[in-house]
Design a protein around this ligand. Structure first.
Ligand code: SF4
Ligand code: SF4
Length: 337
């Protein structure tokens, strides 16, 4: 694997050529920052801060058709997922989230839709230099220049970008662009380490997660769940915009003699999520739903896959309309008897 430098005057050519490879990069759309397609001639600007909508939406779309069917026709029509894509400017926390979510989609049943998109995507990360207000990636095993889940890590060195190949897929892409790149020297790699340390030092929030997975089962009936969920509106933003949340619903849409089966994001913060046909709901209030959200990320996922299903991106705290703060909840869990 190689470490290369891309001088910034080559950036327009680099992104212009990548645009021919089904490129997605952060862009403002309707006032919301998300990953959007880049067409030839578009300017790609990677500014500070993460996207509001995580790049999970490209691998696990908010709504997708699983297959189409029609009366009188045998079999079903499956969607073609065969187009490679390049995701440019993915933050290390969101790439780690993909690696965490991979475990679920590869678990007892291999999800062909997610896994095919994952296989066809080349993920080019961008190390953080200005962590967001509620970022706490270093408390949950990540960091501003973490490489997990990435094919290439890109670091802004000022006059140039450092591009490190991390997988065969990433290295193949670097090889293809070698006419624009120069070999990186030891000074560039040292500068990268220094920038990563400086960025980590700017992270203002932290929580000691040691012992939380073990403590949670014993706190099932603790009054803390009532306290931390009292203001919750049940809007689901904390789950929809979380890069590791992956719950979905499946519904059939039929019009006349034809229809489609689709799946769409769902949220454990909704009452209907666990409502039985009988009308009984084992999670009848926001207390139980909030307790589940935290237990799922910090206990159940750890039991099943050995990793906390939270990358500390801070979106749930940043975007909750009533300022419910994940770190505050985790600190209350730590402080509970
Ligand atoms: S974003 Fe806030 S208000 Fe909305 S469901 Fe999550 S915790 Fe509740
Ligand atoms: S739970 Fe919150 S901080 Fe953790 S990954 Fe999800 S949105 Fe980010």
């Amino acid at each position: 694997m190689s470490a290369m430098l891309l001088p910034k005057d080559k950036w327009p050519e680099f992104t212009g050529r990548l645009a021919g490879k089904n490129l997605f990069a952060p862009a403002l759309q309707g006032g919301i920052k998300k990953f959007a397609p880049v067409a030839a001639g578009d300017t790609v600007t990677l500014d500070e801060g993460n996207t509001t909508v995580p790049p999970k939406a490209l691998l696990f779309p908010q709504t997708e058709t699983l297959f189409r069917f029609a009366e009188g026709e045998e079999g079903m029509e499956l969607p073609a997922i065969d187009e490679a894509a390049v995701l440019l400017g993915v933050r290390p926390c969101d790439a780690r989230a993909m690696a965490i979510v991979d475990k679920l989609f590869r678990w007892d049943y291999e999800d062909p839709y997610y896994l095919k998109r994952r296989e066809l995507a080349t993920i080019i990360g961008l190390a953080c230099s200005e962590p967001c207000l509620n970022c706490f990636c270093t408390s949950v095993g990540g960091g501003p220049a973490s490489t997990e889940g990435l094919d290439i890590l890109m670091v802004d060195l000022g006059e140039s970008y450092l591009l490190e190949g991390l997988t065969d897929k990433g290295q193949a892409l670097l090889d293809e662009f070698k006419d624009l790149l120069q070999e990186a020297g030891a000074d560039a790699l040292q500068r990268k380490e220094q920038l990563a340390q400086e960025a980590a030092a700017k992270i203002k929030r932290s929580v000691d997660t040691a012992g939380i997975p073990e403590a949670l089962p014993g706190l099932w009936e603790d009054p803390l769940w009532q306290r931390v969920s009292a203001a919750c509106l049940g809007c689901g933003i904390c789950t929809y915009l979380c890069p590791t949340c992956h719950c979905f619903d499946i519904q059939d849409e039929v019009e006349g003699a034809a229809g489609r089966r689709c799946r769409m994001w769902d949220s454990c913060m909704y009452a209907e999520y666990t409502k039985h046909t009988s009308g009984h709901n084992p999670r009848p209030t926001r207390r139980e739903r909030t307790r589940n959200r935290i237990n799922h990320k910090y206990s159940y996922y750890v039991d099943k896959f050995g990793v906390i299903a939270c990358v500390g991106c801070g979106r749930c705290s940043n975007l909750c309309p009533v300022n419910i703060d994940l770190i505050d909840i985790l600190r209350q869990v730590k402080a509970a008897p």
